[in-house]
Design a protein around this ligand. Structure first.
Ligand code: NIG
Ligand code: ZN
Length: 411
């Protein structure tokens, strides 16, 4: 099956095979072709180039993309898309003056979602989550990481990871699963942290490994949540089962967590609303991808990740949604890209690199996703007629997407 997209106004994010990520000043460069074609064969990108070199293929389905831009689908490397119910009351409480921390201290926050999740059947959680997954695919997300972390019990964490696996089996989008048992301490372990960490290591991890339910391991390394030492125990235990870490860190405070993550070869460090000069020094010369979550900063009014400072130091940066019921009830990567431009002063080129190739790296899939490269998955966004790709972040509230291809098929 061949599909030939012709007359593409701008074909953006074209890369040679082998580019895993872009860093520092390279992020300002977003390679593109004007007046281009792209050939899809089955689920893969078979060829692309200038219209002057476009092949004649009588049996191919032709799509005319005159006045339209084609780019790779978004790679959303950090979400909590599987959850039960919502936290809309906390949203109103915050408007009325309570902080995220105050809400959590009253038993709201993550523990509120955990209670709902443990009271809801696996089937019902699947039904609620698939609606969100279908919505983000239509919004141009072609690969997504989804975390557990609202179970906080052996049964609850396994239930979440089984829902993630079922979504991966039933939808064409690439899904990576991350085990986040260390998201918060359940009430009964408030004074017994080591007891809960023992439960994670001795009960949850072996079962998860037995069913092969997770690709990565995560922890919420933060004042009032998991300390550096506690997170190190989790990362070490994960390694024994082949789970590389992707860690929530530096959301509210900088407590030398990034150094511990780099020491344990974390694939990514995520949030980074508070970043010190020492943190930046440590991230240099590491293979760890920093991941910013600007719609979380927007929704709960906390600082934005200092993207300019980090890129100026030569670091790469990825962008993701953090889709979750508490701090970011939105999985819209188009909004993330626009917010990165508007609030973090990333250029459209930098933001698109961060949301595609670097997002793919942060979920370990840059060999197959994140750029227009021969042999990679034919995961493409075709826009409506627009003047240039700059219009995507510029018209931040509009949906400028006409079609989304995932693995060669329009969804
Ligand atoms: N910060 C930790 N975890 C989630 C929010 C969890 C929640 O409030 O439900 C986050 O990434 O923002
Ligand atoms: Zn998160």
């Amino acid at each position: 099956m061949q599909t030939l997209i012709i007359n593409i106004k701008e074909l953006i994010q074209i890369r040679e095979i082998g580019i895993q990520k872009v860093s520092g000043s390279e992020m300002a460069n977003l390679p593109l072709l004007r007046n281009a074609f792209l050939l899809i064969e089955n689920d893969l990108i078979a060829d692309f180039g200038l219209m002057s070199d476009c092949p004649t293929l009588p049996n191919a389905k032709i799509i005319d993309a005159s006045e339209k831009v084609v780019l790779p689908t978004w790679c959303d490397s950090h979400t909590h898309l599987v959850y039960a119910g919502n936290r809309v009351q906390e949203f109103v409480d915050r408007i009325n003056g309570l902080s995220y921390e105050e809400i959590a201290n009253r038993g709201g926050g993550i523990l509120n979602s955990a209670q709902k999740l443990n009271e809801t059947s696996e089937n019902e959680i699947y039904e609620q989550s698939k609606v969100r997954l279908e919505e983000v695919m239509k919004l141009g997300t072609g690969a997504i990481e989804i975390k557990s972390g609202y179970g906080l019990t052996v049964e609850g964490e396994i239930k979440m990871l089984r829902v993630i696996r079922r979504l991966a089996e039933n939808y064409p989008i690439k899904i990576k699963a991350t085990f986040l048992g260390a998201h918060a301490f359940p009430k009964e372990y408030k004074e017994n942290h080591s007891g809960y960490i023992d439960l994670i290591i001795n009960e949850m991890l072996p079962k998860i490994a037995e069913e092969n339910l997770a690709d990565y391991i995560d922890a919420f390394l933060e004042t009032g949540y998991f300390s550096v030492e506690e997170t190190e125990r989790i990362m070490e235990a994960g390694k024994k089962y082949g789970l590389i870490s992707k860690i929530h860190v530096n959301q509210f405070t900088a407590i030398n967590g990034i150094a511990a993550c780099v020491k344990h070869n974390a694939l990514s460090v995520d949030h980074l609303e508070i970043v010190t000069d020492e943190d930046i020094e440590i991230l240099k010369n590491s293979q760890t991808m920093p991941v910013a979550l600007p719609s979380c900063s927007y929704f709960i009014s906390i600082p934005y990740t200092p993207a300019r400072k980090m890129m100026a130091a030569g670091l790469p940066l990825a962008l993701a949604t953090d889709y979750n019921p508490g701090t970011t009830p939105s999985g819209n990567m188009n909004f993330v890209v626009a917010t990165a431009c508007i609030k973090m002063k990333m250029t459209p080129e930098e933001a698109i690199n961060a949301a595609t190739i670097n997002g793919a790296y942060a979920m370990g899939i840059s060999d197959s996703h994140g750029s227009i490269t021969k042999g990679k998955k034919a995961n493409l966004i075709i826009t409506k007629p627009i003047h240039s790709f700059y219009q995507l972040p510029y018209e931040f509230g509009s949906n400028l997407i006409e079609n989304v291809f995932i693995e060669g098929k329009i969804i």
